[in-house]
Design a binder for this molecule. Structure first.
Ligand SMILES: [Zn+2]
Length: 186
C-alpha cells in the first residue's frame, strides 16, 4: 500500500494517494481519512514538538536544496519491525511530494504495545524515527529487550537520528506515484 501526500509551500496537505483512506482506517481511524485531511496542516498531524521541529527542518532543507531526500525510519506494529523510507521530492513553487515506502518487515514473537502518554504521566521517551525507547539513559530497540512490553511514551527524536546526515535519494525502492498527486500542483 502506498501512502503519499502533496504539501503546498505552507505545509498544508493538498492531495493524498488513493490508498490513503484504507491506510487511515487501518491505522488512525476515520479522522485521518481523505476528506478530513486535505486542507489541514501537516504539523497538526504530528505528535511531539521535537518531532515537528525535526520534520520542519527536513522540509526546509529539501525546498532549499531542490534535491530529493530519503529518510529511513521504523514504523513498527506491536508484533512486527517495519522499515520504511520516506522520500521528499520538491515540486513546483515550494510544493513537495512526500511518499512512504515499505522496505522490509520482520515478524517477531513479541508483542510491544505503544501508547501515547497523557501530560504528566510517567512515560518513556520514544524516537519517532528509529522507534527506540530511552531506558536507563540508553536508547534501546524494544524488540531487543526480549519480553512483551506495554509502553506509555512521549514522542521525540533520539540524538543519533537528530545527527544523522541527510541522505540523497539513491534508488531506494520506490513505488509508482499516481499522476493525480503531482497534477494537484498547478
Ligand atoms: Zn532515533
Amino acid at each position: 500500500m502506498l501512502t503519499a501526500y502533496t504539501l503546498d509551500r505552507r505545509d498544508r496537505i493538498i492531495a493524498v494517494s488513493p490508498e490513503w483512506d484504507q491506510f487511515a482506517l487501518d491505522n488512525d481511524g476515520r479522522a485521518a481519512c481523505q476528506d478530513q485531511v486535505v486542507g489541514r496542516r501537516l504539523m497538526d498531524a504530528i505528535t511531539g514538538d521535537p518531532v515537528r521541529m525535526f520534520m520542519t527542518a527536513i522540509l526546509l532543507r529539501v525546498r532549499a536544496s531542490g534535491q530529493v531526500e530519503a529518510v529511513p525510519y521504523r514504523c513498527d506494529s506491536p508484533t512486527t519491525k517495519r522499515r520504511y523510507v520516506m522520500l521528499l521530492e520538491p515540486l513546483a513553487e515550494g510544493t513537495l511530494l512526500v511518499s512512504h515506502h515499505l522496505e522490509n518487515e520482520e515478524l517477531t514473537e513479541l508483542v510491544i504495545r505503544v501508547r501515547t502518554a497523557d501530560f504528566g504521566q510517567r512515560a518513556h521517551q520514544r524516537c519517532s524515527i528509529c522507534c527506540r525507547v530511552k531506558e536507563a539513559g540508553l536508547w534501546v530497540d524494544p524488540f531487543a529487550i526480549g519480553v512483551n512490553l506495554d509502553l506509555w511514551v512521549i514522542h521525540t527524536i533520539c540524538e543519533d537520528c537528530k545527527q544523522a546526515p541527510p541522505q540523497r535519494y539513491r534508488g531506494h525502492q520506490r513505488r509508482a506515484i499516481p499522476d493525480t498527486l503531482v497534477a494537484s500542483v498547478s
